[in-house]
Write a protein that binds this ligand. Sequence first.
Ligand SMILES: *Cc1c(COP(=O)(O)O)cnc(C)c1O
Ligand code: SF4
Length: 341
Amino acid sequence: MITSRKDLEAHIHLTTGEARWFDSPSSLPLLISDHLAKLMEDREDDPIRRQFVPDIRECDTSCSIDPLAEVDHSVTSRLIHRYGHRAALLTTDRCFSYCRHCFRRRFTGTDTGAISDEEIDKAAAYLSRHDEIHELLLTGGDMFTLSNERLDRLFGILRQSREDLVLRLCTRAVASFPSRFDDELMDIIARHDHGGPFLLLTQFNHPGELTRESIDAVRRFLSLGIPAFNQSVLLRGVNDDVDTLEELCVKLLYNRIKPYYLFQCDLVQGTGHLRVPVERGLEIEQELRRRLSGLAMPQYTIDLPEGGGKVILTKDHLVAADGDELVFTTLDGDTRRYPRA
Ligand SMILES: *Cc1c(COP(=O)(O)O)cnc(C)c1O
Ligand code: SF4
């Protein structure tokens, strides 16, 4: 059982048979779980490998390290309150494996460490003064790198200060380290599953990540009545083609994981080689919308620079207003008119 960072590192080193913790060309550490390492093929264009093995192009420093201006929206050292009804708590900077496309490079893997008792109390105090916040994202880094004791304490204090909060459990670990979700951890989650619901927010970017082990890990949440939503990132050479995304979304929905967002890769330093142009993203979105059911379709979303926030990108079918009528295009490119009032 993993209960501390030390155990965790020992575990990863033991199971891989060698330390996969090296310096990488950028500030983001290189760490690849045994589970993911086994999914990768030893060729540069392998879609899983591209997400986790560093590339020299990460040294390109032409973009900002914090394009979302999260630092400006931080209300405690760990709490970001950018959108009125929801806030995000950075529970740790650690992950089980580091994604080269990470949008929070300013923070992830910087050895800031796990949230302290004092920082939990500070965030809880802010949340109890701000009852306009309905949803709290527990994120980082990956919250499930925290020890069971710390998670227990975190859930306890948050439930105590705001019983009504919806808690989003944001984790890549179901994809990168599914064995983390053992009976002991699931018992802790079940014990705190009262008041506002827990929601599971996963990140699967390629159908190859939906292994039996990962699906089983998600199923443990589902069996507690915790629904699952997936946030993918659109990545060059990983999932920037319609067939791959179609397969991913169909497979997600089949496994009761609702495709929620497909993010445009943020303008974060060191991620340029993984970014897909927005206009290409829009083409992909349009074709995907033809092929997928409404439930299987994620929202293509961009987090605008300089803290502009998230906006949804899709082809606008309302093309003109003509007197008393609005003019629409159909999916097949025909036009239709609809009265204004
Ligand atoms: C994305 C984000 C949220 C949640 O936004 P939703 O659109 O509700 O998923 C909340 N806080 C921050 C800082 C975010 O970046
Ligand atoms: S799991 Fe999330 S926080 Fe960690 S490296 Fe990947 S994108 Fe960044």
